[in-house]
Design a protein around this ligand. Structure first.
Ligand SMILES: [Zn+2]
Length: 388
């Protein structure tokens, strides 16, 4: 096996199996070959922990990937036309014998100009800062003693524009510091680390998480008395009816029991405020239709009204509902419910953390509209529902 592929499987499996690193879901990895010609990268649709010699990666020609970012004609297109072309170009850059037509990660072009090994994750300890109003200032303080400071990347639409912006920021960083950044914090998104060896990249990830955690006040998990069965049944019925009345869809409603993070969230005085902001990041918007809806009581008419108001404003109707005193309910097909529960639970934790650093920083309206129209996100969502 190619050494670069062995290294990729190593960093993917180690990070994928570590629950503190893959918290929040998602993430991708890549390793370049020593001759500088190719890059092995995680494929869409396979979890990091499941990658193996046969599955979960693609090999791309680096020159073909870099030519995508340097393409001036592409930069002139609007996103709706551009992003499908970019996805096709990345697929064309694949040069391997992989039989299953999995797409390379949608962030492939971004990996191309980083160091040999790249690990990208969305850990909660990092989201606590990249989704907080004063997150950047706190990160700068925490990493003040580092010889090479981390690079903070202000929120940019994912895909081509993000790759271009990072390429520019890295050039500026290199001029200023004489080296490329090893750690990047992407606002409203996550973490990138890059190093020349797999061990150095893994060490760096752990160090960043440790430093981020060092200033976080831990959220005490809570256990509350289980609500009465009749109350849960009534809430499920009310949500099901409201979803049908507002969207015409008849979907199963699932109750997520024994959820200590949800219990901690419900006990807060600022719970309603923390959920009043939109999706924290593109993933929450794509996979969980945005923020969960906070409900003080479970009234069909009130829920219907709130859902209709979201749709009227051109937003996706909520699929997750946090009902005070009861817990988290999800209205979705069974295949996607576990992912929505995970994502919403993570989001509640991030929102509680962000309150420690000036409040929640979420996607604005324009940023949400871009994601809603993004072709490759739609493709990823389709893959997830097919896989399960
Ligand atoms: Zn990401």
């Amino acid at each position: 096996m190619d050494k670069a592929l062995a290294d990729l499987i190593k960093i993917s499996n180690i990070t994928g199996k570590d629950s503190t690193l893959v918290q929040g879901g998602g993430g991708n990895t890549s390793v370049k070959t020593d001759d500088g010609q190719y890059m092995y990268i995680k494929a869409s649709g396979t979890a990091l922990k499941d990658m193996n010699v046969k599955l979960g990666w693609r090999r791309l020609r680096l020159d073909a990937v870099l030519s995508v970012i340097e393409d001036k004609e592409l930069a002139k297109l609007d996103a709706g036309k551009r992003e499908p072309v970019v996805v096709d170009r990345l697929l064309l850059a694949c040069d391997d014998n992989v039989k299953i037509a999995a797409r390379p990660s949608v962030e492939s072009h971004l990996h191309a100009f980083l160091e040999r090994c790249v690990i990208h994750l969305h850990p909660l300890a990092v989201a606590a800062y990249v989704n907080a109003k004063n997150g950047r200032a706190h990160i700068e303080k925490i990493f003040k003693k580092e010889k090479l400071p981390p690079l903070w990347v202000p929120y940019t639409d994912p895909g081509f524009m993000l790759a271009k912006r990072i390429s520019k920021l890295i050039q500026q960083y290199q001029k200023q510091h004489g080296a490329k950044p090893a750690v990047m914090f992407l606002e409203k998104h996550g973490l990138f680390v890059t190093a020349s060896t797999p061990d150095a990249a893994l060490r760096l990830v752990r160090k960043v998480i440790k430093l981020c955690k060092s200033k976080l006040k831990p959220i005490k998990p809570r256990t509350t008395k289980a609500p009465a069965k009749a109350d849960i049944t009534a809430a499920k019925e009310a949500i099901g009816k409201a979803v049908f009345d507002a969207t015409g869809q008849s979907l199963p409603v699932t109750y997520s029991s024994k959820n200590k993070s949800v219990a901690a969230f419900m006990a807060r005085k600022d719970a309603a405020k923390l959920l009043a902001t939109p999706a924290l990041n593109p993933d929450e918007l794509v996979y969980a239709n945005g923020s969960a809806m906070w409900l003080k009581t479970c009234d069909v008419k009130a829920i219907t009204r709130k859902l209709k108001s979201l749709v009227r404003r051109g937003q996706k109707p909520a699929v997750a509902f946090v009902i005070k005193g009861l817990g988290l309910f999800v209205s979705a097909p069974e295949s996607t419910t576990p992912l929505i529960v995970d994502m919403t639970t993570s989001s509640l934790v991030i929102r509680m953390y962000a309150a420690q650093f000036g409040g929640v920083l979420a996607l604005n309206r324009r940023q949400q509209d871009f994601i809603n129209n993004w072709e490759s996100e739609a493709f990823r969502k389709k893959l997830v529902s097919k896989k399960k």
